[in-house]
Design a protein around this ligand. Structure first.
Ligand code: HEC
Length: 87
């Protein structure tokens, strides 16, 4: 079992670690970074609101409408997070 587990662990861990970070680095002073972080926490609240809007649509059982509302949930978050980093 141990002999199987180790190579398996490497197979899972290595490719993930080898992925190149292509996000653009944005250098900002510590206070600005703190403000950004606070804004991001607010974003999480926005996400909960959008989540409940999505849940309301999903509850109607209209799959097409629900699918259309899905990208609204995390689309902007994902596109910005995949483009930029601050550290
Ligand atoms: C305009 C760009 C932008 C958008 C849009 C955006 N973010 Fe961020 N977010 C950032 C950046 C830049 C960071 C810092 C990432 C880093 O340096 O690792 C960040 C970090 C975060 C963090 C980590 C904060 C911490 O404690 O370190 C959370 C949580 C987060 N974002 C949530 C969200 C959510 C949820 C949304 C969408 C509702 C969102 N963000 C949309 C730019 C954005």
């Amino acid at each position: 079992m141990k002999r199987l587990l180790l190579p398996l662990l490497f197979a899972v861990a290595l490719p993930a670690g080898a992925v190149e970070d292509t996000r653009q680095f944005v250098q900002m002073p510590a206070p600005a970074q703190a403000v950004l972080r606070a804004e991001m926490v607010d974003m999480l609240v926005v996400l909960h609101d959008a989540g409940s809007e999505f849940a309301t649509i999903a509850k109607t059982g209209d799959a097409a409408k629900a699918l259309a509302a899905l990208p609204k949930l995390t689309g902007q978050c994902v596109s910005c997070h995949t483009a930029y980093r601050t550290r």
